[in-house]
Design a protein around this ligand. Sequence first.
Ligand code: GLA
Length: 727
Amino acid sequence: MKIFVSAFFLVLALGFLQPAGAQSVIVESARFCKGDNPAWQKADFDDSAWQVLALDKDWFQQGVRNANAYGWYRLHVVIPSSLKGGVTGDILLDMGPIDDTDETWLNGHLVGKTGRNPKEEGGFEGKWDTPRRYVVSPEWVRWDEENVIAVRVYNGGEPGGFYAQPVNITRPELKDYAGITLERKGNECVATLSSRIKTGGTVEAQLRDVLTDELLSSKTWKVRPTGKKDLSFPQSFREGVRVVFSYRDDKFDDFLEANICAPYILTPPAPATPRYNGPLVFGVRPGSPVIFRLAFSGEKPMTYKAEGLPEGVVLDSGKGVLSGSVKEEGDYPIVFTATNAKGSTSASFTLKVGARIALTPPMGWNSWNCWGTSVSQEKVMASAVALINRGLADYGYSYMNIDDAWEADERAADGTILTNEKFPDMKALADWLHGNGLRLGIYSSPGSHTCGGYLGSLGHEEQDAKTWNEWGIDYLKYDWCGYNKVFAASSDRSTAAYMRPYVKMQQFLREQPRDIFYSLCQYGMNHVWEWGAFVDANSWRTTGDINDTWASLYDIGFVRQAGLHPYAGPGHWNDPDMLVVGKVGWSDKLWDSRLTPDEQYTHISLWSLLAANMLIGCPLDQIDDFTFNLLCNNEVNAVNQDILGHQAHQDVVEDNVQIWSRDLYDGGKAVGIFNLGEAVMPTLLRGALEKIGIEADTVRDLWRQKDIPTDSVYQIPSHGVLYVKVK
Ligand code: GLA
């Protein structure tokens, strides 16, 4: 049984609201005050003059503007003695994520801390997406009386504070004390079971077929897991199987589960004959250089033809690269034909010469998620060469974007921005890319410095835009970060104040005689999606930085993109951040993405549905077959590049299931059925489609590229997806 406490009848009624036997108490709101004062952690501090805030909405949503600053919550709650007597006697404060850091006291005792505040050693580290679950010793609780939970929050940028859920005070679960982590060691799967309490139980390892879920073999161990214990399951790490480790505890009536599987490829091999995989339209402004590479898979060598090219545009028939420029606005229908030893294929395409660019979401590569600040011209070039040689360019990937850390420490005497020693010749890099029909992107900040501490464009906006044009830059990611200082110095928190630095740079970008895709990066502050298009931006990041964990993918993908579909469309896209598949590391030390293969299918399916920027974040010269096939499924990518440009909406949200769908220009609909739970989910496809009003006998399975009947039950793996197109 649960009871709810709302601040509106806080102290008054609290004492009378405890039905005997309550197993959890839910606190929906709390007293709040901006600022910082150690006295506020004490239980007896009088906060009656503080304002009341809901805990499932952030500061920004409740009219509180408090960026780069502290604020305190104080929750008043009677904790019923019926919560006593759990397995360990402790209680749990289940508080959800907090933007960005917190320290939490119960009746004056520090019970938890997450993230790092600016003046601490190592500097600010936000943990806005980490759920806070603090286990509290019973001796600090005032049973059946009012308790005070004081929470000091630091917010490094909007929106700030508690935001995702009410606070739940309950008994801890097994997962609050113990955990299983799985690791691959050669062809063995090793589970590490660790626990902070004395208990014991049974571990079972199961080997299951990844697609049918059939049990292939199993093994069990009796364990006393205090401390750490390694359990290995030999011969288990091979394609097509999933290893599931579960631990059932003797004391807790509860179990832990973790699973791992070797990568498995669903995308069928591309035919040897030419197949067009590129976008059906491309927008260019009158007079701007046309830089476009025909994206045909199939056996090489290949020769290319284009019928209907407008005056001023030529085709390199050996490379399949369009160049030149068009003076007159208009739609120019073109037919591309590619021929190889196995055959010939034609595709219809439209070059749209007009004010609007980025008619479909950008596809390409960005250096950040792999190389971080260790990026160099050599590394960019290695990925660019691989983009062509490994065939990713045959699927429409065309932007090669350098993120932070290309900038020299100082500008030239006349103020010109310079590259550092890792980038000996930016123009040569751009020329090489353009000659191959690819494009070059760069990164800067409207502040004096970037997030990585490099020089930003503040005060040099016009000069930088000109320099980038001279180099041949085609994409700018403009990252707020260092602009915080300018922002903090003024009290203006209007939308215009958020737009100001972005409008300024766009004015200078538009003065250049080339098209520069304009990517805003300010983590979604002040609902950037509502005004990004007015800044004439081509995309805007909607959240903080992604990382290669399920928690991050879940929060960014399944929580924070909900409701954003009205704001995306041809020319301007919501950007849920770059891809975390393949090798990542944000430094020169890389590792394989920690997302499971199923989570990676979910990641790419969701980004395809969301019409998101498809910027690969791994070194392409090291790409493995699994990752290549994940990124180069032409039917999955066709949804992302659909010319209607309708972003998917979240149609169904149930405990462990979400269904997202989007309309396509050919009258079809793409539907992703996601299993967000920890166990395989058998799903009658017909039933799932009926939930969103679709009746169909067969649909197209986009990953496997085959028609499948809807009256069958499909096994959707944990954190996995069934991604279909309804005709
Ligand atoms: C911010 C951005 C990242 C990356 C880094 C570079 O964190 O959100 O995507 O550009 O800065 O310093």
